[in-house]
Design a protein around this ligand. Structure first.
Ligand code: ADP
Ligand code: ZN
Length: 683
């Protein structure tokens, strides 16, 4: 077989993606390889396909147990013999696996880096025919990266001890120039073929939402209400936040679970599985969650708090949309998050570190936090901000992020902010907001005369402003830490950290957000990406739900995560193609020979049963690649009457599913979605 045939037969895909073919060809020619490809780009295929074609075994070094297990399950499901060797197995199990491996049972074995030094493994390696050593998550070898793992340094010695030097291939999603150089040098790659595919993940939609602390919960519940069938992760900065949000959501009946390092191991494991197996598709977690989570159908990642760096953010947000379908990465931002993070960084402890190094790390952390804050505050394209930070060239704004779809009205209120500070200084922080604002606008109230504030210099200093404006300004100044509002019944305003405002280019900017109307139709740019489910009609969506249910049933029988059986994308393609026989089923993207043997018939039966009940059902409509396609489709058939719009809104509010609504209206799933979107009821 050649690589394309392997791809088709085992993985069920008909074409290679960008970069995959080059890497595979170069490996097969005997050359080392270093591939830097974003998450979800398809790195695994790059070593799994050649592993099938090389004469001996491929040893894959991977840092995470769960990742290995997932990969091995997927490979076995595809009919490829693979095993893992790590500390989750007993000594006996390891000995057995190694003896099977020595007999040539497996084409691919995954090992943890620590394992390379163990005598059992060394004995095996000295005898076995190892064709390739693959280093996954290769950035772990560099001390420059975030995830430095000392055990990765042992890989070189391992390779050098082998009787015959194998091909060495290294893969990572995140590599700055320094890290890339480290990988090449420390692993001693020989004239490697280096392939860097873009960092961008087109299917991710980034947005930053300015919401005050109290409104965050509302934002989350609204979002979950509008996206009821989706799986997602909500990251919080602290365990306390995780617990509180989890309580709140489960009280509302959301199928949610939680994860943080303070939980007992057993509970954590169970919660993680509930999430992976889609028993509870939403998880609230601290950043302890996610390493090695390979769940492909995560449709959103919401950050309840701002992370400490872009590196963290990109990695966490990047857990969305690994299946290539559209997904959202939403960051909820308040200025307080910056303060909290500064505080956490100050508290950070350093053990056994040179004071000079500590100072360097502190500076680096402060810089990273600053960059992260910049992301939250920029009014420019968010995607470009990320790409530029990671050293990529960017062109025009992406037209596929929150900022590109938003217009701001910005007002510089720095001078007014200074007046507020003067007023509070002058009145020595004794008054609450009402008095402060009254004083500033020079209100004629008996109460103010009584207090004597009419005699102050600040009295009437902002007479030309409206009260509402000043209220917004003060709220923002509190958020940014310039002012403090005391607790209790007699809450007063006091000065906070006003030093920062004395810097020359310090600004207090009030941003009022105005959503850009989609109807303006002024977008000459790239067409927006669509969800594949949008091509399904209401009937098609019904079938999709049936196939999902079948997948869940099989997943339970086999104790496998549903996405290992088939991805959402594959199920959608099944609805679109509605295969009737083996050959047609094999033409569905993601259905290879082995999966066909295992599951094909059951899915064919389900599709046949569906067609028998709905003989004339049209399951999908052609997706056109023009921006107006959605529009046309919406207007297909009769136009929308006001009456129908009202009914639509009512039905949606009442909790009816989009597919049900579509059926009732005799319209497509995509058309209803588009209409709801237009009405601002969904995103
Ligand atoms: P990475 O390790 O780069 O994050 P994966 O190897 O997990 O990405 O691949 C992400 C997804 O893309 C998987 O579901 C995989 O099956 C799918 N995929 C990989 N290569 C192809 C391809 N050539 N055609 C279609 N899907 C692919
Ligand atoms: Zn953008």
């Amino acid at each position: 077989m050649n690589p394309s045939q392997i791809l088709m037969t085992y993985f069920g895909y008909d074409t290679f993606r960008k970069g995959q073919e080059d890497i595979i060809a170069s490996i097969l020619s005997g050359r080392d390889a270093l591939a830097i490809m974003p998450t979800g780009a398809g790195k695994s295929i790059c070593y799994q396909v050649p592993a099938m074609l090389l004469s001996g075994i491929t040893v894959v070094i991977s840092p995470l147990i769960s990742l290995m297990q997932d990969q091995v399950k997927s490979l076995n499901a595809a009919g490829i013999h693979a095993a893992f060797i790590n500390s989750s197995l007993t000594e006996n199990q390891i000995a057995k696996a190694l003896s099977l491996a020595a007999q040539g049972t497996y084409k691919i074995i995954y090992v943890a880096p620590e394992r390379l030094e163990s005598s059992g493994f060394m004995r095996f390696a000295a005898e076995a025919d190892i064709s390739m050593v693959t280093v996954d998550e290769a950035h772990c070898i560099s001390q420059w990266g975030q995830d430095f793992r000392p055990s990765y340094l042992k890989i070189v010695a391992f390779i050098e001890r082998l009787p015959k030097r194998p091909i060495v291939s290294a893969f990572t999603a995140t590599a700055t120039e320094e890290v890339k150089a480290d990988i090449e040098c420390i692993l001693r790659l020989r004239n490697p073929q280096v392939v860097v595919t873009g960092f961008d993940r087109e299917n991710l939609y980034y947005s930053v939402e300015y919401v005050s602390g109290r409104q965050k919960d509302d934002f989350v519940t609204d979002y979950l209400d509008a996206h009821p069938d989706e799986s997602g992760i909500i990251y919080c900065a602290t365990r306390k936040n995780v617990d509180a949000l989890y309580e709140m959501l489960s009280a509302r009946g959301v199928a949610v679970t939680a994860y943080h390092a303070g939980m007992d191991n057993g509970v954590r494991k169970k919660n993680q599985e509930d999430f992976i197996y889609d028993r509870r598709p939403v998880i609230v977690a601290t950043n302890a969650f996610g390493m090695g989570i390979d769940k492909s159908n995560v449709r959103f990642v919401i950050h309840y708090n701002m992370p400490q760096s872009m590196e963290n953010y990109y990695q966490e947000a990047g857990r969305a949309g690994r299946d290539g379908e559209n997904a959202r990465c939403i960051l909820l931002f308040t200025a307080q998050d910056v303060m909290i993070n500064k505080f956490l960084l100050e508290k950070k402890e350093f053990e056994n570190m040179d004071p000079a190094d500590i100072e360097l790390v502190r500076q680096r952390d402060a810089h990273r936090l600053h960059v992260m804050e910049g992301y939250c505050k920029t009014t420019g394209c968010l995607r470009n901000y990320i790409l530029q930070y990671f050293g990529e060239q960017t062109d025009a704004p992406c037209d596929n992020c929150g900022n590109c779809h938003r217009e701001y009205i910005e007002t510089d209120m720095t001078d007014e902010a200074k007046c507020v500070i003067n007023c509070i200084a002058e009145t020595r922080g004794r008054y609450g907001q009402a008095v402060v604002i009254g004083t500033l606008i020079g209100a004629k109230r008996a109460r103010l005369t009584e207090l004597g504030v009419t005699a102050y210099r600040s009295y009437g200093a902002l007479a030309n402003k409206k009260e509402a404006e000043l209220r917004r300004l003060i709220a923002q100044m509190i958020e940014e830490g310039y002012l403090i509002q005391t607790d209790g019944a007699y809450s007063v305003l006091q000065l906070g950290e006003i030093q920062a405002l004395k810097e020359e280019n310090a600004r207090v900017i009030i941003r009022a957000i105005e959503e850009r109307k989609e109807e303006k139709g002024e977008s000459k740019r790239k067409p927006k990406r669509k969800r594949s489910t949008d091509s399904l009609t209401a009937a098609g969506y019904d079938l999709f739900e049936k196939l999902r249910a079948l997948r869940l049933e099989i997943a339970r029988e086999e104790a496998l995560p549903p996405y290992i059986i088939f991805s959402d994308k594959t199920l959608i393609d099944m609805c679109v193609k509605a295969p009737e026989n083996r050959q047609e089923m094999l033409a569905v993207s993601g259905v290879g020979e082995n999966k066909y043997l295992k599951y094909g018939q059951r899915f064919l039966n389900e599709i046949r049963a569906f067609s028998a009940v709905n003989p004339d059902a049209v399951l999908s409509i052609e997706q056109e690649d023009q921006p107006e396609a959605e529009e046309k489709e919406t207007n297909a058939g009769q136009a929308w009457s006001e009456e129908e719009d009202r009914r639509l809104a009512e039905e949606f509010e009442a909790g009816m599913k989009i597919a049900e609504i579509a059926r009732g209206h005799g319209r497509t799933y995509g058309a209803i979605r588009a209409r709801l979107k237009k009405q601002g009821m969904i995103e």
